[in-house]
Design a protein around this ligand. Structure first.
Ligand code: AP5
Ligand code: MG
Length: 190
């Protein structure tokens, strides 16, 4: 059982690397961004409520995120473990995750922090905006997402450093190079 948090700024490659981790290590992928976009597409009550937060680049309030996460976690097969992508993004979420896992006799093995400069984050998301169809992939919202990342989300790093679970990963190289480094960390842990 291996539960991993994949962390980093918007556009740092969390989704891209998660797909590779799933393929190689057989973990379940849990992305709060994907869950929220599915709610928006389905036009659920939650989807309607979160729409404006997401399109403006703000975080969705913790109570909704923690609620959707705890509901989803038990529906996962999680034989080998889970890769948490885009969660936790606040200290309150990190504490909630510890509690949710703890009550199921589970824990986080490591936080992989994809380190990418703001300039590269911006370039990647602007490039992706041509095809993604995401309401938050536009120049104004991209700037806001980066700002919110530094102000509210980056402090989560300290939380995991204090627990000895922090693992920085250089994220500006190629997808393959970044994945090789992630694979090394996971294999070492195992
Ligand atoms: P979320 O969906 O989590 O988006 P994000 O964090 O902004 O990050 P992205 O999904 O845009 O990027 P990524 O890191 O997955 O990178 P990717 O692999 O796609 O959240 C969206 C919103 O939902 C939030 O703003 C918030 O409103 C809300 N939300 C979600 N979770 C929440 C939570 N826990 N609490 C509160 N609110 C929450 O790669 C990006 C691009 O770069 C792609 O085009 C990719 O092909 C390319 N790329 C990737 N790696 C490389 C590489 N090495 N070299 C070159 N290009 C690369
Ligand atoms: Mg993503």
């Amino acid at each position: 059982m291996l539960n991993i948090v994949i962390f980093g700024g918007p556009g740092s490659g969390k989704g891209t690397q998660s797909a590779l981790i799933v393929e190689k290590f057989g973990l379940e992928h849990l992305s709060t961004g994907d869950l929220l976009r599915a709610e928006m597409t389905a036009g659920t009550e939650l989807g309607k409520v979160v729409q404006s937060y997401i399109s403006q680049g703000n975080l969705v309030p913790d109570k909704w995120i923690i609620n959707i996460l705890s509901k989803t976690i038990d529906s996962l097969k999680d034989k080998n473990g889970v890769i948490f992508d885009g969660f936790p993004r606040t200290i309150a979420q990190a504490e909630a995750l510890e509690e949710i896992l703890g009550s199921r006799k589970k824990s986080i093995a490591m936080l992989l922090d994809l380190q990418v400069t703001d300039e590269v984050l911006q370039q990647r998301m602007l490039f992706r905006s041509k095809t993604s169809g995401r309401s938050d992939d536009n120049p104004e919202t991209i700037m806001k997402r980066i700002e919110v990342y530094h102000e509210i989300t980056a402090p989560v790093i300290e939380y995991y450093k204090n627990k000895g679970l922090y693992q920085p990963i250089p994220g500006t190289g190629t997808v393959e190079g970044t994945f090789a480094e992630i694979s090394r960390c996971i294999s070492n842990y195992k």
